[in-house]
Structures are given as structure tokens and as C-alpha cells.
Design a protein around this ligand. Structure first.
Ligand SMILES: C[S@@+](CC[C@H](N)C(=O)[O-])C[C@H]1O[C@@H](n2cnc3c(N)ncnc32)[C@H](O)[C@@H]1O
Ligand SMILES: Nc1nc2[nH]cc(C(=O)O)c2c(=O)[nH]1
Ligand code: SF4
Ligand SMILES: [Mg+2]
Length: 208
């Protein structure tokens, strides 16, 4: 199949890497999962921990059947689609095929592009660098805001007012600022108990 057409239809996708590990962040932290990291992101977070993903053209374009075959090699039946920014792509065919194969499907997204795909868990991490698309607010199961600057608490509340009431709200220290903001984050959650803390536990465990 022609690759441009394949990507447009969501039947082929640029795959940076795929690996079986432990979900390190958010509500499902500690659960084994197969990560599918799609290449390409146009959001441009200054503190992004996977900047090498940004250029979509660097990564091989793979048929979704091959991506799912990779996931089937491991015993876990939870997949996390991440990137890069996975919502740059039409995720309907990939999520349908994963579902047919019995996977619980999660996504990590900035929400900066129109929503596609059918997910069991949507982790929405809004960014100041590119505004979310309105379609994300109804879909988010988890709002995970990264704290890089003290103004990010206010940014977190702004997005919290836009998600559904059932959405779990977490704040996650930006890795390089974790020491600087940890006390404020702890105090914030103690004073605002509708929030919880998410840590990048895989970095402490030194696993992918
Ligand atoms: C690399 S992003 C990929 C998915 C999507 N582009 C997004 O931003 O949600 C995966 C998660 O890591 C978070 N993240 C990225 N860099 C980080 C850093 N330096 N410290 C803490 N969290 C970070 C993002 O906010 C997001 O929740
Ligand atoms: N272990 C592990 N957990 C993660 N949760 C979200 C990640 C991501 O980069 O999207 C990530 C990641 O890169 N590794
Ligand atoms: S949206 Fe996600 S992948 Fe893109 S720059 Fe920001 S953290 Fe990195
Ligand atoms: Mg990561």
C-alpha cells in the first residue's frame, strides 16, 4: 500500500519504538503494559523527555497488523499508545484491531489534535505550547498536568474546569524540576484533595 495513503487512513503508522514495560505514570502506574510509541509531534514542549520522537519522517511506517503482532508476543493485555503525539494520526483502525485481539487500550495525549480511536483509558496531559482540541474534554478519564513552573497550578485548574466530573486529576512534577517543586506539589494536593500526585516511577526504577 502507498505509505501516504496508508497513514492518512490509519492503516499504517510511523512507529518510533514498541516495548513491554510497567506503566510508570498516572492511575495505572505499576501495571504491565505494551507501549506503542508513534513518531511525530508538533506541540514542542521545552521540557519534553522524548524530543527525538518529534520528526515523524525519521520513523518507519508500519502496517497496524505488524504493530499488533508485536503486542501479542507478551503476556500483558494492556497497551499504551503514546508518542510523539498519537492523536496526529487516525487511530480508529489500530484501536479496532487491538480490541479484536482482546487488549485494553490506553492513550497518553496532549489532546492537541482531533480525537480518534476507541479507548479504555484516556490520559490527557494539556500543554501551554499548543492548545488542546475541544474534542478531548469529553473523552479524558485522567487529567495529568506537568508542573514545570509555579503558574502551572493555575493552568491545571483551568483544564480541570473543562473535563468531565468523573475525570481523575493528577499533577506530575516535570522531571528536572521535581526537587524544586515537590514541597509545593505535596502542599497543593493536601490543600486541594480532589487532586493526586503522579510520579514518573519508571525513571526511579530505571526501566523504559
Ligand atoms: C512524552 S509524552 C507523549 C504523549 C503526548 N504527546 C503527551 O504529551 O501527553 C508522555 C507523558 O510524559 C509527560 N512528560 C513528558 N516530558 C516530561 C518531563 N520532562 N517530566 C514529566 N513528565 C513529562 C507528558 O506530559 C505526557 O503525560
Ligand atoms: N514506563 C513508562 N511509563 C510511561 N507512561 C507514559 C509514558 C510515555 O512516554 O508516554 C511512559 C514511558 O515512557 N515509560
Ligand atoms: S506533546 Fe508530548 S511528545 Fe509532544 S513535545 Fe509535549 S511532551 Fe513531548
Ligand atoms: Mg515517557
Amino acid at each position: 500500500m502507498d505509505k501516504t495513503k496508508g497513514v492518512k487512513e490509519g492503516l499504517m503508522l510511523p512507529l518510533m519504538e514498541a516495548f513491554y514495560t510497567i506503566q510508570g505514570e498516572g492511575v495505572y502506574s505499576g501495571v504491565p503494559a505494551y507501549f506503542i510509541r508513534l513518531g511525530g509531534c508538533d506541540v514542542g514542549c521545552v521540557w519534553c523527555d522524548v524530543k527525538e520522537s518529534w520528526e515523524a519522517g525519521k520513523w518507519p511506517v508500519i502496517p497496524i497488523e505488524e504493530i499488533v503482532e508485536g503486542a501479542l508476543e507478551y503476556p500483558g493485555r494492556m497497551v499504551v499508545i503514546t508518542g510523539g503525539e498519537p492523536l496526529m494520526y487516525n487511530l480508529n483502525p489500530l484501536t479496532a484491531l487491538l480490541k479484536e485481539n482482546g487488549f485494553a487500550i490506553h492513550i497518553e495525549t496532549s489532546g492537541a489534535h482531533p480525537f480518534s480511536g476507541d479507548f479504555d483509558w484516556v490520559c490527557f496531559s494539556p500543554k501551554k505550547f499548543k492548545a488542546p482540541h475541544p474534542s478531548i474534554y469529553k473523552k479524558a478519564d485522567e487529567l495529568k498536568v506537568v508542573i514545570f513552573h509555579k503558574s502551572d497550578f493555575e493552568f491545571a485548574e483551568k483544564h480541570a474546569s473543562l473535563v468531565q466530573e468523573t475525570c481523575v486529576k493528577s499533577i506530575q512534577p516535570e522531571w528536572s524540576k521535581a526537587k524544586l517543586y515537590m514541597d509545593s506539589i505535596v502542599e497543593y494536593v493536601k490543600s486541594n484533595p480532589d487532586w493526586k500526585i503522579s510520579l514518573q516511577t519508571h525513571k526511579f526504577m530505571d526501566i523504559p
